[in-house]
Design a protein around this ligand. Structure first.
Ligand SMILES: Nc1nc2c(c(=O)[nH]1)N[C@H]1C(S)=C(S)[C@@H](COP(=O)(O)OP(=O)(O)OC[C@H]3O[C@@H](n4cnc5c(N)ncnc54)[C@H](O)[C@@H]3O)O[C@H]1N2
Ligand code: MOO
Ligand SMILES: [Mg+2]
Length: 448
């Protein structure tokens, strides 16, 4: 077995991101309706033949005037003849001449000849005459054609996530359908003779495979498509079959368990037998020390693929054959439940982000906050402690979860929303001392 030293967390992140090939902007795309495009990644830049605003229009309900006519109104109110009524959606007919004005409403087209809008509150109306009681600024309350966006220039770049503002921009630009990157496919399976599905009775020694549920939720929240391959026994033959299959159908493969040094920890050996290149075996991190990261040249493992028996899968239809176009990235996550979540947040999520076509902001963002409690580590590995961020007088404070921070303890991770990070070499953070945290939002780390 090739010996690879334990790598630091930051080196591991760099190695992993360097291994990720983003989806191809031509092959790995699909067309979706704008109404269901939120959270998808735009695959092509968008330009519009429309200017924004499309024409000069009024920002207020009031009167469209010639500035020249009203500039001295504060001392001597101008009296103008109203020659037209211009609601929104109407094309003005007249050209405003000296001494004239048009009644105008918010969003309506500024008539020719006018250059300024006086808001209604600064006027007095008498039949078809208006008194301007206060001098406006030149061009006040006119939203000029193309002042927000000029037709033909780039409206939105490729590689951005579509949230509500971008969706609204695309609607305004009359794009009812869009080309977005397909969802990355992430195959997930759990390894271990002790694991049972959520609905099976437990015999002594058995536990429920919670990792697969955690990973399915995390993958879905990341915008990727989870492909659930079920529970695999600690049996080299069964494991080899599932790994080869997973690698053939997915962009990323996540297994949990079987990556430490125990007699039944087979994952690394099987990756080697499938000619994978192992880049990381162990990371200076707690939880999450045994972490295997491997790549396959896209054909190596696929040659071993037989259709697997999908009966073990949580959802058997997920196990259908789909061939991935990229060379897949394999993460052998450690089996301990807290280690699975923490390693996903720290390493897998950035990899999914980069793969998904997003062009920047893959790395998690650390916030500096103060710690409510004393936080402890043995100082040997970068330590991630789970807890909750509370907002106190507008300042975030990290409260470590009560109970055990063992990587085998999943229970007190529920209802947490942040991980405090204690660097290597530091053993103690005092109450009220500054600490770096990863903020978890809806179970996934917040990215810039
Ligand atoms: N001699 C050593 N032993 C261990 C070391 C070490 O360095 N030397 N590292 C420890 C650390 S740290 C971790 S983390 C674990 C990782 O173990 P594996 O990845 O080999 O995982 P397993 O042995 O298969 O299982 C560990 C633990 O997690 C439970 N588990 C596994 N899969 C699931 C699942 N799908 N859902 C819920 N729980 C699961 C399993 O029952 C075990 O309790 O190794 C340490 N040992
Ligand atoms: O690194 Mo392990 O995940 O501490 O138990
Ligand atoms: Mg083990």
């Amino acid at each position: 077995m090739e010996a690879i030293a334990m790598v630091s967390v930051s080196d591991a992140q760099a190695i992993i991101l360097n291994l990720v090939q983003p989806l191809n902007h031509q092959q790995d795309t699909e067309v979706v309706d704008l109404l269901v495009a939120d959270s998808r990644i735009l695959a092509v830049p968008v330009t519009s033949p429309l200017d924004f605003p499309h024409w000069d229009n009024s920002a207020m309900d009031g009167y469209a005037v010639r500035y020249e006519d009203v500039q001295h109104s504060s001392e001597n109110p101008a009296v103008l003849e109203i020659v037209e009524d211009i609601p929104a959606g109407y094309q003005p007919k007249s050209t405003i001449q000296p001494g004239q004005a048009a009644r105008i409403f918010t969003g309506a087209v500024i008539p020719a000849g006018a250059d300024t809008v006086v808001m209604q509150e600064k006027t007095r109306r008498e039949e078809n005459r208006v008194f301007i009681l206060d001098a406006p600024k030149p061009q006040e309350f006119v939203r000029h054609k193309a002042s927000f966006y000029q037709s033909g220039t780039q409206l939105l770049p490729a590689g951005i996530k579509l949230n509500a503002p971008e969706i609204a921009v695309l609607a305004a630009a009359q794009c009812p359908q869009l080309s977005v990157y397909r969802r990355p496919r992430v195959a997930i399976f759990s390894t271990g003779d002790e694991l049972m599905t959520v609905d099976q009775p437990l015999q002594p020694g058995q536990i429920v495979d919670s990792n697969q549920y955690a990973l399915a939720a995390l993958v879905r929240q990341s915008g990727a498509e989870p492909i659930l391959l079920g529970i695999v026994k600690d049996d080299p033959v069964a494991l080899e079959k599932v790994i080869a299959h997973a690698v053939a159908i997915a962009d990323i493969v996540l297994s949990s368990g079987g990556v430490s040094v125990g007699d039944y920890d087979y994952v690394d050996k099987i990756l080697e037998s499938l000619k994978a290149k192992i880049h990381i075996r162990s990371v200076e991190m707690r939880p999450g020390k045994p972490l295997t990261v491997a790549t396959f040249s896209s054909t190596d493992a696929i040659n071993h693929t037989d259709a697997i028996n999908p009966t073990d899968a949580i959802n058997p239809t997920d196990a259908i054959n789909r061939v991935s176009t990229n060379s897949p990235l394999y993460f052998g996550l450690p089996g301990n439940p807290a280690a699975v979540l923490v390693t996903f947040w720290r390493f897998v999520l950035p990899a999914i982000k980069k793969l998904s076509g997003i062009t920047e902001g893959w790395e998690p963002v650390f916030l500096k906050v103060r710690s409510h409690h004393e936080l402890r580590s043995n100082g040997k590995r970068e330590t991630y402690l789970w807890g909750k961020l509370h907002l106190i007088d507008g300042v975030y404070e990290f409260h470590q979860a009560d109970g055990s921070q063992s990587s085998g303890n999943l229970i007190n991770l529920a209802q947490t929303n942040a991980l405090a990070v204690i660097p290597v070499g530091k053993t103690l953070i005092y109450p009220q001392e500054e600490v770096q945290v990863l903020q978890l939002s809806n179970g996934s780390i917040q990215f810039s």
